[in-house]
Design a protein around this ligand. Structure first.
Ligand code: ADP
Ligand code: MG
Length: 674
């Protein structure tokens, strides 16, 4: 063992208690410490003799302590002051109300003092004086001053000097244990430092340009290893034996006949691709992309039916309860007519029902199970799971996809998303999936007319909604997102509902829906809305994804600037799902420039792909995926937007060098989530 796996509690100065603190930062092993990189640097490399100092720049002075003194000010504070000197002169350092600093300084001690010269005393007395400078005593070898000094992301109870010392210790004792694994010829070609040099440079840069090179190498190695892992995974998949579905056309034909429409050419094409995958032996892993409203659900249902006709079970996982319920309500009667049993499994169905469902799933009585991630709980065990569909995949993490796959032996997998991930990202994150695209909307769809309105236009907006409702249309009114607090959002929705219901539309049928409404009631409300018994549905963002009420043609989004672009696109996608003209009104008083740019983009583009790219450009990759998509960007160094060139390079080099890396090779420290 190289020691890199050892617990950090054995590092000098850390111990079990501090090790627990550091665990909060994800640091457990020595290796984690080496890879915990500074968030920024302070340049304290400018060393000056005392007779050369002047205010302005951050400088470091080396000297010996001559005297120390305690001074009480009239305002009741205490100044702790030291005088120190080098061969050219004398300077001072002082601290307010910090008695403990004194214990660091005894006469004749050597010190390094870093900071800026105080301008006031300099101008008045030409006296070089540092206030609250950084200091270093007893030969720490210029760890905290006299160099470019790292500042780390830390947690409470740990300070920078301490942490720097630990890093320094670990670098001294363990840096040698890091093994180079990039091909030498590649390092030479790119002029990159070795792994050891790169890690050292990252913590204690000798200059910022070299640090950049080191960082670039680490970004690359991360993307490179990721690509190799993807390639290996693809290879394995090719060898795996999955279910080989038979043609079995009866159920799907009957189902298609029951629909009121015919598949678009694009849907036909995608269904054919899926069929081919299902009928071949390697397990299918396919990503189905199609903009909001393009008609992905039908395709999912077809593949579930195909698996059932082969005698197996199908699972359909959705990210929200309301969406799972909706899918269930739509599917259940249709499938029943085909002689199939469909079950719903979410967190809020009763314990008794759950137990009964588990039983039916286990013995194979249930043909198709629709649910939320309740589907991947331990108690759920399928008799023979042949097909897994994940709706709105971008809302799930990578781990969840794999958890559901672990349920069956090697079922076929179809993941669906309306978030068209730009190609460079898709290749990186979903490189192990085949991609099918529905790139055609059902016939007759019209562009949703989208406008931004300030709240002083409210009367007109309400008037417009009223007119439309009188013509038989239906509306969604979505209440503002208040931070991430569901509770506050609920209050806002209740207030808004009260106001609209009593003051604005007392004569119309309004309904309020949010996450806390009991499932049965929620389902009933959605059903009534669907039947046209309700004119206006006031809601929180629970209706954001997937909800399909073709009769609704007006979407009013309050405080629209608080939402991300992709989220707005999803919300807007709740209307425009028939051949009727639909409208989306974005209410916002924000004058934030970026928010304005987002809203404007929405009025211009209706294509989700363009919007996603715009979103990505405006917000950067981290936000694009959001915190919800845990595990989606497993990178420590790489930023997929900023480092697109390195990503391309990594792909190219991975293809070239993959054979050098055997299964047993070291993996990326900290472990890639996948
Ligand atoms: P999404 O791709 O956003 O999940 P859905 O599958 O919910 O979209 O489909 C949106 C609406 O379009 C649904 O009401 C669905 O019944 C309808 N639809 C799907 N395919 C077609 C088609 N080929 N022609 C007409 N309407 C369709
Ligand atoms: Mg959908």
């Amino acid at each position: 063992m190289s020691g890199l796996e050892k617990s950090i509690q054995f590092v000098k100065g850390i111990g079990p208690q501090r090790a627990r603190l550091l665990e909060k930062l994800g640091i457990k092993k020595i290796e984690d410490l080496l890879y915990h990189i500074p968030r920024q640097y302070r340049d304290r490399s400018l060393i000056r003799k005392i007779n050369q100092v002047e205010p302005g720049q951050e400088i470091t002075v080396a000297g010996t302590v001559k005297a120390r003194d305690k001074i009480r000010t009239r305002s009741g504070r205490t100044i702790y002051k030291i005088a120190f000197a080098d061969e050219t002169g004398i300077a001072y350092a002082l601290w307010f109300d910090q008695p403990f600093v004194f214990k660091n300084f005894v006469p004749d001690q050597e010190v390094l003092i870093s900071g800026k010269i105080n301008e006031k005393t300099w101008e008045q007395f030409k006296r070089p004086e540092f206030i609250h400078p950084n200091f270093e005593t007893d030969g720490e070898g210029g760890l905290h001053s006299g160099r470019i000094v790292p500042l780390y992301p830390l947690t409470e109870g740990v300070n920078q000097n301490q942490f720097r010392r630990w890093i320094n210790t670990v670098l001294e004792d363990y840096l040698g244990a890091l093994r180079e694994f990039l091909p030498e010829e590649l390092l030479r070609e790119r002029n990159w430092p070795s792994l050891q040099a790169a890690i050292g440079e990252l913590h204690f840069p000798s200059d910022m340009e070299l640090r950049e090179k080191a960082h670039e190498r680490l970004v690359f190695e991360e993307l490179f290893l990721f690509q190799i892992k993807l390639m290996r995974k693809q290879e394995q998949k090719g060898q795996e034996e999955g279910y080989c579905h038979q043609a079995a056309p009866d159920l799907t034909r009957k189902f298609l006949q029951s629909l009121s429409f015919r598949l678009t050419g694009s849907q036909e094409k995608v269904w054919k691709e899926i069929n081919e995958d299902m009928e071949s032996s390697p397990p299918m892993s396919r990503l189905l992309q199609g903009d909001v409203g393009a008609g992905k659900t039908v395709i999912a249902l077809l593949s579930l039916l195909k698996t059932v006709e082969n005698g197996w079970q199908g699972a359909f996982m959705a990210p929200t309860e309301i969406l799972a319920e909706q899918h269930y309500i739509k599917m259940e009667p249709v499938f029943k007519d085909l002689g199939l049993e469909t079950l719903l499994l979410t967190g809020s169905i009763s314990a008794r029902e759950k137990k009964e469902n588990y039983r039916k799933i286990a013995c194979g009585e249930a043909d198709i199970v629709v649910g939320t991630h309740a589907l991947i709980q331990e108690q759920v065990s399928f008799n023979q799971l042949g097909m897994v569909v994940i709706d709105e995949q971008h809302r799930f993490g990578v781990q969840q996809r794999e958890a559901l796959l672990d349920q069956g032996q090697t079922p076929d997998l179809l993941v669906m998303t309306a978030t068209p991930i730009p190609r460079s990202l898709a290749l990186t994150l979903y490189g192990d999936l085949e991609v099918s695209v529905i790139d055609e909307m059902p016939a007759g769809r019209k562009k949703i007319i989208t406008r931004v309105r300030k709240s002083d236009a409210r009367p007109n907006v309400y008037k417009f909604i009223r007119e439309q409702v009188k013509k038989g249309q239906q509306a969604f009114i979505v209440c503002p997102l208040i931070q991430e607090s569901e509770k506050l959002q609920l209050v806002a929705a209740e207030d808004m509902f009260g106001y609209l219901n009593e003051e604005i539309f007392p004569d119309l049928n309004l309904m309020l829906i949010h996450g806390q409404v009991a499932p049965a009631e929620r389902a009933r409300a959605m059903d009534r809305f669907k039947k046209g018994e309700i004119d206006i549905m006031v809601s929180t963002t629970v209706i954001e994804v997937g909800v399909d009420i073709p009769g609704a043609t007006i979407m009013l989004i309050e405080d629209a600037h608080r939402f991300g672009l992709s989220q707005l696109h999803q919300l807007r996608g709740r209307v425009g799902r028939s051949d009727q003209q639909s409208y989306c009104i974005l209410m916002s008083d924000s004058d934030d420039e970026q928010a304005q740019a987002r809203l404007k983009a929405l009025t211009q583009f209706s294509d989700g792909f363009l919007l996603a790219e715009e979103d990505l450009r405006l917000r950067g990759a981290g936000d694009f995926f959001g915190t919800r998509q845990h595990g989606a960007t497993p990178f420590r160094f790489a930023d997929l937007i900023q480092h697109q060139d390195l990503l391309r390079l990594a792909r190219e080099k991975a293809a070239r060098y993959a054979r050098l890396y055997s299964e047993s090779d070291r993996r990326f420290p900290g472990e890639i989530v996948r």
